[in-house]
Design a protein around this ligand. Structure first.
Ligand SMILES: C[S@@+](CC[C@H](N)C(=O)[O-])C[C@H]1O[C@@H](n2cnc3c(N)ncnc32)[C@H](O)[C@@H]1O
Ligand code: SF4
Length: 441
């Protein structure tokens, strides 16, 4: 599946969405499980990213493979918050007094599945137990049209949330219904109105392309409505899970359709003055959540709380023990709730990053964003030159997928649209083998 040769560059542009490296299917049980205190002892702790995962939704969308469960009972939600509190106490203790959070994100699932009282409890964990100063750092929360209610948004506003990200997918009812998402445009419009009324400074809208029945005209309509809301950020996601109704379409045809819609979306947003930050992310100049002045995603640590949330130190990426697939999610959440304080104080499941994977991670995350790979910064960090460490980077230039401008290697437009092929093409043999062994299970 994960070819190491250049054929990956010539194949589908939609191989794997790489939002982190190594991929979670490279994680295994860590035996012995290291203590969090030992893992974090050698890390820089002054600019950490805090992530909380809320694995609950009010609907299960046909295309979604995120770690979430639909309509859990209220007892599970309350118990989950209780477990989060216990985990937070252990994690904060392991990090020590020096630790400072420079950025916060609450994702899911749908965090606003929690009611206002439960959201207050969540912020008590974030601020009280973890000590994150939410009023002074960038804070982002994911929401959905039905759960973005005025009373919940008021809680977010009260705690200094400055970015709300909402899944829309399409502004045409037929298109969302064809991918089994129970949603109506009028609900979406009402939710967007409530988010604007709550005066949260950055609104992000998720749109998807490659949907059954979607045409250049209908895609244009969704893009225009999104821009009509003056969204500070818009994410354009290629649909990854093929709906049943698309089974007759060949792989090549589906790729061509998605690529054409991607280019249309990119051009429309660029013409409207948006900046392309990555293959999926577009930001309005002057709008968009201020990225933390301190946190650099390639370099700084991530502290994850909740079932399935990942944490990154330089040498170890880990999460609580969990399976990746959507099956058995409720059982996995129950096991998370049942964990002891001692369990929470250790990294139970994860992957070690040797030097090669550390430098590949740095390279992939830099290259797939607009900032590109700065050779001098890389050398400062690793003591070597990236083009010598990863000679295949030269292939990107030869193929017109990247250019070297002074110190910075950055993707061309042709490279950017192939981000989901270039990312996996840069995986190490070791990580590919781990991923393949996982997939074969
Ligand atoms: C956590 S959800 C957003 C918040 C909320 N749960 C909602 O759906 O409104 C993350 C986003 O990932 C995207 N996504 C999820 N699964 C996808 C898939 N299989 N292919 C493409 N995009 C996907 C969707 O655009 C979705 O809005
Ligand atoms: S797309 Fe959002 S609402 Fe739908 S199942 Fe996934 S996380 Fe839940």
């Amino acid at each position: 599946m994960h070819d190491t040769s250049d054929s990956l560059l010539d194949g589908t542009p939609y191989a794997t969405y790489v939002y982190s490296y190594p991929h979670k299917t490279a994680y295994r049980t860590l035996d012995p499980a290291p203590s969090l205190r030992a893992l974090w002892a050698k890390e820089r702790l002054d600019a950490l990213f805090l992530y909380l995962h809320v694995p609950f939704c009010e609907m299960r969308c046909g295309f979604c493979n995120l770690f979430t469960t639909v309509h859990p009972g209220q007892d599970i939600v309350e118990d989950y918050l209780g477990a989060l509190e216990r985990q937070a106490v252990q994690v904060r203790g392991a990090l020590g007094d020096e630790a400072r959070f420079a950025q916060l994100a609450v994702g899911g699932g749908t965090p606003t599945y929690l009611d206002p009282g439960q959201l207050q409890r969540l912020f008590a964990i974030i601020k009280g137990t973890m000590g994150a100063a939410t009023a002074h750092i960038p804070v982002s929360v994911e929401t959905s049209p039905q759960t973005a209610t005025a009373d919940r948004l008021a809680v977010l506003q009260e705690h200094g949330v400055d970015r709300v990200s909402i899944g829309v997918q399409s502004f045409l009812d037929d298109e969302v219904n064809a991918i089994n998402r129970r949603q109506q445009v009028r609900e979406v419009e009402a939710a967007l109105g409530r988010i604007r009324a709550a005066r949260i400074s950055t609104l992000n809208l998720d749109l998807m392309y490659g949907l059954p029945g979607q045409s250049a005209q209908s895609w244009q309509r969704s893009l225009e409505i999104a821009m009509g809301w003056d969204a500070e950020e818009i994410y354009l996601y290629p649909l990854y899970v093929r709906p049943l109704t698309r089974m007759g379409v060949s792989d090549a045809q589906w790729d061509d359709e998605r690529l054409a819609l991607y280019r249309q979306g990119r051009d429309v947003l660029l013409e409207a003055g948006y900046r392309q930050v990555s293959m999926r992310m577009f930001q309005k100049p002057g709008g968009g959540q201020e990225a933390s002045a301190l946190y650099r995603c390639q370099e700084d640590g991530m502290v994850g709380l909740g079932c399935g949330a990942r944490s990154y130190t330089r040498q170890v990426h880990y999460s609580s023990a969990y399976a990746v697939g959507p099956k058995h999610v409720k059982g996995i959440i129950r096991s998370f709730i049942a964990q002891s304080d001692e369990d929470f104080a250790r990294a139970q499941y994860g992957v070690m990053l040797d030097r090669e994977d550390q430098l590949r991670r740095y390279t992939i995350l830099s290259l797939l964003s607009e900032q590109g790979l700065n050779r001098a910064h890389y050398t400062e960090r690793f003591g070597t030159d990236p083009l010598a460490d990863l000679p295949r980077l030269a292939h990107l230039q030869e193929r017109g997928l990247a250019t070297l401008d002074g110190q910075v290697l950055s993707l061309t437009a042709k490279g950017m649209e192939r981000s989901d092929a270039i990312g996996p093409w840069l995986f190490s043999t070791r990580v590919q083998a781990l991923m393949e062994a996982y997939d074969a299970q």
